[in-house]
Ligand binder design. Structure first.
Ligand code: UDP
Length: 194
């Protein structure tokens, strides 16, 4: 089976490397993609918030972020091969972007955290082109950020606004863009900032 349904959320049946390979194809073909790395908290939030569930349903790929999802899939008799977490995927995609000199846009976290995370990325992945970034405390009605993304056409847009904001922001904005892999990555900038 290509997907496994857990409480109405359809998870892609693939490994971390499988998912990275798929997203690499999207970038090569300039095809947009919306990725949700869903932990149990996201699945439970989707049950309570119909609007959020609609956002999750619009994702091209939902991955199993956490052992709880993998265990649930097993118990339901439709096993998944393993965890595909937001942070692991973020690291693998930065590695890919470094190998291929791809461009990224960073959205989210507090300004100082974002700055430190950007510096870590520049040090560890020197060939990655950070074409823009913005902290995560902004007016959603302002077009500044979407306009920046439209103008710079990044290969990857990493959105670290926490749930449910990051998935809602991507769902609300992705139609404005021609290309890019969009993914919510929770507190990953805080981790990189140290
Ligand atoms: N964050 C943000 N804008 C907001 C709220 C949170 O950029 O309006 C950032 C926050 O600074 C942190 C990340 O989102 O870097 C994850 O936040 P949190 O830990 O609250 O989310 P969760 O762990 O629940 O995904």
């Amino acid at each position: 089976k290509k997907t496994v349904s857990i409480l109405g959320v359809n998870f892609i049946n693939t490994t971390l490397d499988g998912m990275v390979g798929k997203l690499s194809e999207h970038v090569q073909k300039n095809e947009k993609a919306f990725v949700v790395t869903a932990n149990p908290e996201i699945v439970l939030h989707a049950l309570q918030d119909a609007n959020y569930k609609t956002c999750i349903d619009r994702a091209d790929y939902v991955t199993a972020d956490g052992i709880g999802i993998v265990k649930a899939a097993g118990l339901l008799g439709t096993p998944l091969p393993g965890r595909v977490t937001g942070f692991d995927m973020f690291m693998k995609l930065l590695q890919l972007a470094n190998e291929k000199s791809l461009s990224i846009y960073l959205l989210g976290a507090q300004a100082e955290v974002l700055q430190l995370a950007s510096e870590t990325i520049m040090k560890q992945f020197p060939k990655v082109k950070i074409v823009g970034s913005h902290h995560g405390f902004f007016d959603w009605a302002d077009d500044k950020i979407p306009n920046e993304i439209k103008a710079t056409k990044p290969d990857f847009v990493f959105v670290a606004l926490g749930l449910p904001r990051q998935e809602k922001w991507i769902a609300a904005n992705i139609n404005n863009f021609e290309k890019g892999v969009f993914m919510g990555i929770g507190g990953s900038f805080d981790v990189l900032a140290g």
